[in-house]
Design a protein around this ligand. Structure first.
Ligand code: TNX
Length: 760
């Protein structure tokens, strides 16, 4: 009896919850519409609902919606031209709307109307409408009533993908295009040629793909690891013109334009491997097996190079109907040109005063060629060097400076600065992150980007066409890894691209993302599920009680933890708020995010230690740290040692110029003066493997071959002087080390001031 009662109570509770939920379920629209009202009442979607496509021009949108609705609900819908049923979803055009991509939604209990000036607007309205569906329910559903007047902030809402460093097939590209469409992006930048592979079939030059699309092997691990090791496996692939036409049409049906990138005059080794006469010295080359920038570039002296590039572009223009062709233009080493008699002759004839002007000659000549074919060019910001082609648009990647300079010269600009828009960067400081090139660009950083620089005056600000994220794939060998790097950052990017700054709010975005994590997972996307935050790999407490405070970007997710070293499961303890743990010896705390719908994040691991690190008394501390310089090579910061070559006192944590070199090691010794008692959060950012000790405790372990990787550690400390030791080694990539902290009670991350460091 009691069991029956509780069952009854359970089902009652369920029904009331369901009823209460109707209409109150928070909306999860991403990107946030620019004008949205939620109205009382609801619209019930059953298979009785008619899909009315009022205009033949909207046939594609109608079919798209029918298919998407079938997927969302499991129901079948009838498409008609006129309203004849009780309830209907109507797609229609209305000339009075302002922008080409603008749309309007009007709704009542009987009708949902999605209205655009053009098919593109209707398509975006359809995306907004589809995001009203709860991701985990099938069958008939109640939707809230909304009124929307919306249009994008930017006309160029891009996503880039490099299929050269690792090849990705057209299926992978289509899957990306599907998601781009759902989040209202409209430009796919397809990076098709580079040193490591040529990925587009060119009928006139078959060797480009026969030879240029295949490399013998690939460097293993990070380029910072030296000597380099190789996998010994042939890698490559390319897309045929038939496949490309299919993808272009597929994208067009989703209102996405594909901008192909054909790199020139640098990043061309794969082309030179196919046709050695394209280079200055006819050298026999192979598609490159390393990352970085090859010195072998197109010869700018020979006419045959230009004939080749024009022929290639002829075929490219046939395949891609869009307005822009991307001609690369970045990172072109000029060494060969300096030695090449034909390049030097060309410079004389054209009056180029240096090799930058020769590069500019190449780009300008190609611009004129493409202009005659009705195309515009866009290139990386290096195309500014040596004179910008008249009508070229600039993609600003080395910060915003290039974009600002180009706009001030009256050129159109797409912003893609590394700090905010490079999806090959890490997404957190946790050691579980998938391998990345280096750097840190987390969801909040992407979200916070504003592509319109305040330095530009109002008129020139209008030249910022938009913003795009770039995904370079040196360290991304698989489609799963690729998706991990793209999602959910693409959703934050979408809101930067679409939503006016006044309508953006990160906390609100976090809430709206909850359903979107589920949607992405349902689409079979291997996204990064937000991991728990607030813990470092090492946490040192001075007392026996550790207070643990966690957070997670996915707000409605559940965090589960264990303290016995085991992997958290569906049955592990749920984090319900800050809690304390007794520390009798070290405790291993593991925490995982569990999302509704069954997906989970990686597990973060933190070793909690009880260790009262006491400040020391110093009589007459001297300013600065002792920096010792060692001859390498080293494979770990632990190896740094032996007979030092030099020692000096440095002011702050800096490597003196005369101690900078490849394959070296450094050790910094001294004291850090801390201003107050409490928990300090430290962040170490170094060019290669490094570690930080306080006393004899290793607080941050950032060892191994990496580049600009960041790691954290948290320590409860008393004010005063604490012994500190930092070790670092490098191979070929620079030599930098930077320590930042958050003072107790503060959320502000600042570089540890130089005058905090002392030695005896
Ligand atoms: C720079 S961004 C490059 C690419 C690399 C990328 C790695 C740009 C125009 N050039 O060739 O893949 O850095 O982040």
């Amino acid at each position: 009896m009691s069991r029956l009662l509780s069952l009854l109570a359970f089902s009652l509770c369920l029904t009331t919850e369901l009823l209460a939920g109707v209409g109150e379920r928070p909306l999860s629209l991403v990107p946030q519409p620019n004008h949205l009202d939620i109205l009382p009442g609801m619209f019930t979607v059953t298979d009785e609902v008619q899909l009315v496509v009022a205009d033949d021009q909207l046939a594609g949108e109608g079919e798209y919606l029918k298919a998407a609705l079938a997927e969302a609900t499991g129901l079948d819908f009838l498409i008609t031209k006129n309203v004849s049923a009780n309830t209907s979803i109507v797609l229609k055009l209305d000339d009075s709307l302002s922008g080409d991509e603008a749309y309007r939604i009007r709704s009542s209990e009987k009708q949902y109307e999605i209205i655009g000036k053009n098919a593109a607007g209707v398509f975006y309205g359809v995306q907004t409408f589809l995001q009203l569906f709860p991701p985990l329910e099938k069958g008939a559903v109640n939707l809230p009533l909304i009124s929307v007047d919306d249009e994008p902030r930017f006309e160029w809402r891009g996503m880039h993908m490099d299929v050269c460093r690792h090849f990705f097939s057209v299926e992978v590209v289509k899957k990306l295009i599907d998601e781009m469409a759902k989040y209202k992006l409209n430009t796919f930048h397809w990076h098709l040629t580079d040193d490591q592979g040529w990925r587009i079939e060119i009928k006139k030059y078959p060797k480009l793909t026969e030879v240029g699309a295949w490399r013998d092997e690939t460097v293993v691990g990070h380029m910072a690891e030296a000597p380099h090791k190789f996998d010994g496996e042939k890698h490559g692939g390319y897309s045929t013109q038939e496949q490309i036409k299919d993808v272009v049409a597929y994208a067009a049906a989703r209102h996405i334009t594909i901008v192909p990138e054909i790199e020139m005059p640098g990043h061309a080794q794969a082309a030179l491997a196919a046709y050695p006469w394209l280079g200055c010295f006819n050298d026999t080359l192979k598609p490159w097996t390393l990352w970085g920038v090859s010195e072998d570039v197109y010869c700018a002296g020979k006419e045959s190079t230009f004939k080749f590039l024009e022929d290639v572009l002829d075929e490219v223009c046939e395949l891609f109907p869009g307005e822009y062709i991307h001609v690369g233009g970045d990172e072109c080493p000029k060494e060969n040109w300096k030695k090449c008699p034909l390049c030097q002759k060309r410079m004389k004839e054209e009056g180029c005063k240096d090799e930058h002007e020769l590069q500019s000659y190449v780009i300008q000549r190609m611009e004129h060629y493409l202009e005659k074919k009705g195309k515009k060019i866009i290139g990386w910001d290096e195309i500014l060097e040596g004179g910008l082609a008249e009508n070229a648009a600039v993609m600003s990647w080395r910060g915003e400076e290039g974009g600002i300079a180009a706009a001030n010269l009256g050129h159109k600009v797409v912003m893609t600065p590394g700090n905010w828009c490079y999806f090959d960067h890490y997404q957190s400081t946790d050691p579980n992150e998938e391998t990345a090139i280096g750097g840190l660009t987390d969801l909040e950083e992407v979200y916070g980007y504003d592509p319109v620089p305040v330095q530009l005056d109002k008129e020139n600000q209008k030249l910022i066409m938009g913003v795009q994220a770039n995904l370079w794939t040196e360290y991304i060998p698989t489609a799963e890894h690729l998706e991990y790097m793209i999602y959910p950052r693409l959703c934050a990017l979408a809101e930067v691209q679409w939503t006016q700054p006044a309508n953006k709010n990160f906390a609100d975005f976090e809430k709206r993302m909850d359903d979107n994590y589920i949607r992405l997972a349902q689409d079979g996307i291997h996204l990064r599920i937000p991991a728990p935050e607030g813990l470092s790999p090492v946490e040192i407490f001075s007392s026996k009680e550790a207070t643990i405070k966690l957070s997670c970007v996915a707000e409605s997710a559940v965090m589960r933890y264990t303290t016995d070293g085991s992997e958290p499961t569906d049955f592990s303890k749920v984090y319900e708020g800050p809690f304390t743990l007794k520390l009798d010896g070290d405790v291993t705390l593991k925490v995982t995010t569990f999302l509704k719908g069954g997906t989970r994040s990686y597990t973060i691991t933190s070793i909690l230690k009880k260790q009262a690190l006491k400040p020391v008394k110093l009589k007459n501390p001297k300013a600065g740290l002792q920096c010792s310089f060692y001859d390498g090579p080293f494979r770990s910061f632990n190896e740094v040692g032996g007979d030092e070559t030099k020692t000096t006192i440095v002011e702050g944590l800096v490597i003196p110029d005369d101690m900078k070199d490849s394959y070296k090691g450094w050790e910094f010794d001294g004291y850090i003066k801390l201003p107050k008692d409490g928990v300090y959060y430290f962040l170490l950012d170094s060019s290669c493997g490094s570690g930080m000790y306080l006393g004899d405790q290793l607080v941050i372990d950032d060892d191994g071959f990496n580049y600009n990787c960041m790691r954290t550690g948290q320590v409860e400390l008393k004010a005063g002087y604490h012994p500190i030791k930092l070790k670092l080694f490098n191979t070929i990539y620079g030599q930098s080390i930077k320590l930042s902290y958050k003072l107790p009670g503060s959320d502000k991350l600042i570089e540890v001031p130089a005058d905090s460091f002392f030695s005896k």
